[in-house]
Design a protein around this ligand. Structure first.
Ligand SMILES: Cc1ncc(COP(=O)(O)OP(=O)(O)O)c(N)n1
Ligand SMILES: Cc1nc(C(=O)O)sc1CCOP(=O)(O)O
Ligand SMILES: [Mg+2]
Length: 208
């Protein structure tokens, strides 16, 4: 499976009252991976929403990834994204099986990416590349890191943090495989604009 293109990530606050229409609008425009990211402790809502997204993703033939929660991912038979404090990769790989997509946050540290690769990650994520409305305090990364990562890391490389249609092209040119985006996609004023943005993010890969 090729991991390349737009990686849309949901945000429960940003998408309040328009969650499904906006997610479906993104899927219509084309999404390589969709991450369900809900930082609340509301387990029953998380299960309900994740189940709904799993059905929607199946319809659009898009892979669903659950943020933080390998057990929820296992329950739904989908992938997981784990940060440095979200639990180890090796047991998650054992739990989810060899074919599951498992992503790992590596901040701006190549060593973390090399370790993630050894422990069975499917992709590594570096960030944040720009100022992020969603996560302003995330550690900063830059283009030089991306170039080094491209030569040292054999896994697909995901970039995240403040990515918009105005700043994404150089990241793709420097070797990013996946553009992980929240606000730059779902901060749109209409479903039509979400679909347009999704198409435009994917078009960056066609011309790279
Ligand atoms: C694709 C992708 N990259 C990085 C992150 C951040 O993960 P983490 O550091 O665990 O922070 P939270 O998202 O859990 O707040 C991500 N979720 N997805
Ligand atoms: C969830 C997350 N992780 C980051 C990291 O650097 O690890 S930046 C980030 C927020 C991404 O949202 P937006 O596209 O709105 O900036
Ligand atoms: Mg996390």
């Amino acid at each position: 499976m090729t991991l390349r293109g737009l990686y849309a990530i949901t945000d429960s606050q940003l998408l309040a009252g328009k969650f499904l229409p906006y997610v479906e609008a993104a899927l219509k425009g084309g999404v390589a991976l969709l991450q369900y990211r809900d930082k609340s402790q509301d387990k029953s809502r998380r299960l309900r929403e994740a189940e709904t997204l799993a059905e929607l993703c199946a319809r659009y033939k898009t892979q669903l990834i659950i943020n933080d929660d390998a057990e929820l991912a296992a329950r739904l038979g989908v992938g997981v994204h784990l940060g440095q404090t979200d639990g180890p990769l090796t047991p998650a790989r054992t739990l989810l099986g060899r074919d599951a997509i498992i992503g790992s946050t590596c901040h701006a540290q190549l060593e973390l990416a090399e370790q993630a690769a050894r422990e069975g990650a499917s992709y590594v994520a570096f960030g944040r590349f720009f100022n992020s409305v969603t996560k302003p305090g995330a550690p900063a990364a830059d283009g030089a890191l991306l170039e080094q990562a491209r030569t040292r890391i054999k896994l697909p490389i995901c970039v995240i943090g403040g990515i918009t249609l105005d700043n994404a092209a150089p990241l793709v040119a420097h070797g990013a495989d996946l553009l992980a985006v929240i606000h730059g996609l779902f901060g749109a004023d209409s479903t039509q604009e979400v679909t347009r943005r999704a198409r435009a993010f994917n078009a960056l890969f066609a011309s790279a």
